[in-house]
Design a binder for this molecule. Structure first.
Ligand code: FAD
Ligand code: MLT
Ligand code: ZN
Length: 521
C-alpha cells in the first residue's frame, strides 16, 4: 500500500516477517567515542575556577606524594594517572564548557578497590569526582578544582545474564552499546538508548537516571534497575544488587543512587531488567507546519499506535538545517517548520505496518503532516535516527552552546524556544529546540560565537523563571551537575532541598563525593 504524498522508503513488505528476523538497529557512528582525545585537543576551555570565581574550593587536602604512594601500592602504577596531558581528557567535559585541573586519575577494577580508595580519601579529606564515559551535559563528570578522578572504565565485566527473566548483572563501567550488543544476541534489549551510547557507561546512566530516546515506551531507570551495589564515601559497600522484580523489604535504597550523580556513593554494579528485543521496527519522519499540528499528531500517534509506539521525537527546522549540513546529507523530505520522528517496536511486522500506514494516512489526509517518509530498512532507519541523535554533535560546530534540558507540559513544549528567540534577537547564532516530545522534554540550545558573562546573564536565570512559570522542571534528564545547583529551587521546595542535604550529610559527612555538584551551597 502506498501513502498519498508520503515518499515510500518502506522495505519489501511482501516478505514474510517470520522468515525475516528483524535485525537489531546497527550501531551509530560514534565520533564522540574519542571524547577524551577530543576534549584535550584544540583551544582549551577556560578553567572552571576562573570562569566561575564565586565557587570556592572546599577545605579538602591537597594531593601529596603519600597519597599517590597509597594509590600506586593499591592499583599499581599503570592505573594511577598523573601525567598532565593524560589527565587533561578527564578534566574537560564533552561540550568543552568547563575545565578542572586534577592531577590524579584512578582506574579501579573491583568494588574492593573502589572501597579502599574511598575509605582512604575520606580519612584524608581528598575530594573525589566519579567519572564514567564523561558525556555529562551538565558538567557533572569532571573536577571543578583538583578533585581526584575515579574512572570506572576498567570495571567493565558482564557478570550474569538470566535470559529467562531478562535480568543482566554487570559492573558499572560497561559501555551501554556493548551491553546492548551483548543482550541482543539473547533476543533482549537494554531499555535505555541514547546518542552517547558508544561512550557512556551504565554506571553513569544510572547515576544520572538518563532518559533517552525510548523512555516513552520503556520507562525510566527507577523502574528498570532492579538492583545496585554502591560504595559509600567512607568505603562501606552497600549491597542492594537484587535481581528480583518484586522486593518490598524496607526502604528502596537503590533509588538514592539512581540520579544522585555521584554525590551519595560510587555505583559499582547494577542489575537491569531487559525487555524482549522487538521483532518489528518502523521509523517515520514527518514534516509539519505548526506546533499546533505537532501536538495533534502526537495525540493521534498515542491513540492509534498505542502499545507499539516506542519513540516520538521533535526536531525544529534550525536543528534540521544544522544536522543536515553537518552530516553532509540531502534532506530526506521537503523543508518544514517541524519534523517528527515516530518509531514503533512490536512483535508482528505485518500488524505494525498496517497500524503505522493507517496512522500515516490519517495524519496526511487530515493535513497534519505535509510530507513524510517511512521505512523498516535498517540502513534507512539509521539515516533517519542520525538526523535526531546527532544534533548534539552538530551543535558543537555552531559555536559555544548554552544547553537547557527542560520538562514542560506538552502544550507549552515549544514556547520556551520562541520566548528565548525573542529575548536574544541577533545576539545568538541560533536558538533551536529538539527533544523527547512524547515525554514533554525539550532540549533548548542557544549557540553563540563564544562564552560571555553578558549573554549568560541574559539567559539565566530568566530561562528557569519561565520554566517555573510553565510549571516545568529545570532538569528533565541530564541532571543538575555543576551547572544547575543554584537553580534547583525553581523545581524543588526548600524543604525538599533541605532533606536532600540531610541525606548527603548522612551518607557523606565530609562531603568528599563530587563536591560543588547537585546541591546548592
Ligand atoms: P559521566 O558523564 O561520566 O558522569 C555523569 C554523572 O554521573 C557525573 O556526575 C558523575 O560523577 C556520575 N557518575 C558516573 N559514573 C558513576 C558511578 N559509577 N557511580 C557514581 N557516580 C557516577 N542524557 C539523557 O538522559 N538522555 C539522552 O538522550 C542523552 N543523550 C546524550 C547524547 C550525547 C551525544 C551526549 C554527549 C550526552 C547525552 N546525554 C543524555 C547525557 C548523559 O547524561 C548521558 O550521556 C549518560 O547518562 C552519562 O553517562 P556517562 O557514563 O558518560 O557518565
Ligand atoms: C538528546 O536527547 O539528544 C540528548 O539528551 C542530548 C542533548 O540534549 O543534546
Ligand atoms: Zn535528550
Amino acid at each position: 500500500m502506498f501513502l498519498k504524498g508520503v515518499r515510500q522508503l518502506i522495505g519489501p513488505l511482501s516478505q514474510s516477517p517470520g522468515r525475516r528476523p528483524f535485525p537489531a538497529r546497527p550501531s551509530l557512528e560514534r565520533p564522540f567515542q574519542f571524547s577524551r582525545q577530543l576534549a584535550s585537543a584544540g583551544t582549551l576551555p577556560q578553567l572552571t575556577k576562573d570562569r566561575y570565581p564565586y565557587v570556592k574550593r572546599g577545605q579538602y587536602a591537597n594531593l601529596d606524594h603519600h597519597h599517590l604512594k597509597y594509590f600506586k601500592d593499591l592499583l599499581g602504577p599503570n592505573r594511577v594517572i598523573t601525567d598532565t596531558d593524560e589527565c587533561q581528557g578527564f578534566n574537560i567535559d564533552w561540550i568543552r564548557s568547563v575545565r578542572g585541573y586534577s592531577q590524579c586519575v584512578l582506574k579501579p577494577k573491583t568494588t574492593e578497590e573502589v572501597s579502599s580508595i574511598l575509605s582512604f580519601c575520606n580519612e584524608h579529606r581528598l575530594a573525589v569526582c566519579p567519572q564514567g564515559g564523561n558525556t555529562s551535559l551538565v558538567a557533572g563528570s569532571v573536577p571543578v578544582f583538583d578533585e581526584v578522578v575515579l574512572w570506572t572504565g576498567l570495571m567493565n565485566e558482564i557478570i550474569h545474564l538470566d535470559d529467562t527473566s531478562g535480568v543482566l548483572t554487570c559492573q558499572a563501567g560497561c559501555i551501554l552499546e556493548n551491553l546492548e550488543n551483548y543482550v541482543a544476541n539473547h533476543d533482549l534489549m537494554i531499555p535505555l538508548d541514547l546518542g552517547a551510547k558508544g561512550s557512556c557507561h551504565i554506571g553513569g546512566n544510572v547515576s544520572t537516571n538518563a532518559g533517552g530516546l525510548r523512555l516513552l515506551r520503556y520507562g525510566n531507570l527507577h523502574g528498570s534497575i532492579l538492583g545496585i551495589e554502591a560504595v559509600k564515601a567512607d568505603g562501606e559497600v552497600i549491597d542492594c544488587l537484587n535481581t528480583l522484580k518484586k522486593d518490598n523489604t524496607g526502604y528502596h535504597l537503590k533509588h538514592l543512587f539512581i540520579g544522585s550523580e555521584g554525590t551519595l556513593g560510587v555505583v559499582t554494579k547494577v542489575a537491569i531488567s531487559c525487555p524482549t528485543k522487538p521483532k518489528a521496527i518502523n521509523v517515520a519522519l514527518l514534516g509539519l507546519n505548526s506546533f499546533e499540528e505537532v501536538l495533534r499528531t502526537l495525540k493521534k500517534a498515542k491513540r492509534e499506535l498505542g502499545e507499539i509506539l516506542s519513540s516520538c521525537e521533535l526536531i525544529d527546522n534550525l536543528c534540521m538545517d544544522l544536522v543536515l549540513k553537518h552530516l553532509k546529507v540531502p534532506p530526506p523530505i521537503g523543508q518544514h517548520n517541524f519534523y517528527m520522528l515516530i518509531e514503533t517496536h512490536g512483535s508482528n511486522l505485518i500488524h505494525d505496518e498496517e497500524k503505522t500506514n493507517s496512522f500515516l494516512e490519517n495524519v496526511m489526509n487530515e493535513g497534519l503532516a505535509l510530507d513524510g517518509t517511512t521505512t523498516n530498512e535498517v540502513s534507512k532507519m539509521k539515516s533517519i535516527w542520525d538526523l535526531r541523535e546527532r544534533i548534539t554533535e552538530a551543535l558543537l560546530h555552531d559555536g559555544y552552546i548554552f544547553k537547557y534540558d527542560i520538562s514542560l507540559p506538552t502544550e507549552s513544549f515549544y514556547s520556551l524556544v520562541e520566548i528565548m528567540k525573542e529575548r536574544l534577537g541577533d545576539r545568538s547564532h541560533r536558538v533551536c529546540g529538539y527533544g523527547h516530545l512524547g515525554d514533554g522534554n525539550i532540549h533548548l540550545s542557544i549557540s553563540v560565537s563564544e562564552f560571555t558573562k553578558e549573554i549568560l546573564d541574559l539567559i539565566e536565570p530568566y530561562v528557569y523563571e519561565v520554566t517555573s512559570k510553565f510549571k516545568g522542571s529545570v532538569s528533565a534528564e541530564h541532571g543538575i551537575g555543576f551547572r544547575k545547583p543554584k537553580y534547583m529551587h525553581y523545581s524543588k521546595s526548600n524543604e525538599a532541598i533541605m532533606l536532600m542535604k540531610h541525606i548527603k550529610n548522612l551518607m557523606d559527612p565530609n562531603g568528599i563525593l563530587n563536591p560543588y555538584k547537585v546541591l546548592p551551597p
